[in-house]
Design a protein around this ligand. Sequence first.
Ligand code: HEM
Length: 389
Amino acid sequence: MQAPVVYPSKREGPLEPPAEFAVLRQGPPVWMVVPGRKPCWLVTRFEDARALLGDRRISSDDTRADYPQMAAVPPGLLSFLRMDDPRHGTIRRLLTPEFTVRRISALRTAIEDAADGLLDELAAGPRPVDLIAHYALPLPSLVICRLLGVPFEDHEFFQSRSAAIMSYDDPPEVGGRAMLELGDYLGRLIDAKTREPSDDMLGRVIAKAGADVSREDLVGIARLLIVAGHETTANMLGVSVLALLQHPDQLAALRADPTIIQNAVEELLRHQTIVQAAVARTATEDIDVGGVTIAAGDGVIVAVQSANRDETVAEDPDRLDLTRPPTRHLAFGHGAHQCLGQALARLELDIGLTRLFSRLPSLALAASHLPQARETAAVYGLHDLQVTW
Ligand code: HEM
């Protein structure tokens, strides 16, 4: 086995994944050291990543002693994202009817109205303005609140707790405390909806849950949905806007033919894959991947942001090309845990970008603004994006 590598995290620019990934993709999975964490494997090539995520001999259970935990979150709190079958399947099946493409498509007008409301406020306010705080973050927050039946007035509370949960910088107590505070809040909401049933996603899930789904399970589900449901899309929307502003030829292509928006969203998801070291597994048996054997009990981080820049996914993969044919990208993961909210994320990105660039056609980065990147977090993104028009 070659000398261990350190997890690549330093980016040369806000839109480029760390350059070491391109070197690592020349070879099989490598053994990696992560400061303050257990050593584990790092998978960087597309075919290896896809094969491993589709393999049944892997576990997502973060309560296992051999699970390669990167986030500063105590084990056992991330609901079915960090469970294996059959429990994972039981909970996921409770939610899948809520996230079908058909069901999510029915939200189009509500999402358009939410985007327009935010853009009305933005257009009437001062500039430059931080697009993350005033658009990219509130849009998915509004949508997930309405969908779940969580009061949007409380968004500052749950946004600050989500940021603490996603960060890799703090000790586990900080993420753990944020988890518990968010859990207490959602527990009270679930009790209220149990007493007085409501016609929203949480209300329906509470009504449908069988005896094998406890109040604690419901709190975990609600917490996962609220965190996954706004942090990810918000960050993806932010980096997508920056990517389009920094690739004026691509923005012009989208403006010239707005019907390519769905293709554009897929390419942005591939090129700007925001999930960093969060796709983690433990091998439950020996598994051969790309020429190495990942032994039973070894941890693995699947670097989907690297896999999506592999030449087997797209020709000239570092080029952002909104008109390229569909790719098999892994931005939403692959296998049993593939993103449950992907139809919603796609619709929010489609509407979020379309409305923004049609309402503010002269949108540009504020002069000399260098956006601050969130490098050490489970989900990559920008702290701020100062724009004007
Ligand atoms: C799982 C990415 C938006 C809910 C995942 C996974 C990825 C991902 C990579 C797999 C993790 C793993 O295999 O360990 C994204 C991206 C998004 C996004 C890039 C936005 C651009 C959303 C939204 C929701 C959501 C809007 C919900 C409202 C979930 C849930 C899981 C998940 C519940 C766990 C599924 C399971 O374990 O079975 N997401 N996601 N995501 N996502 Fe998303």
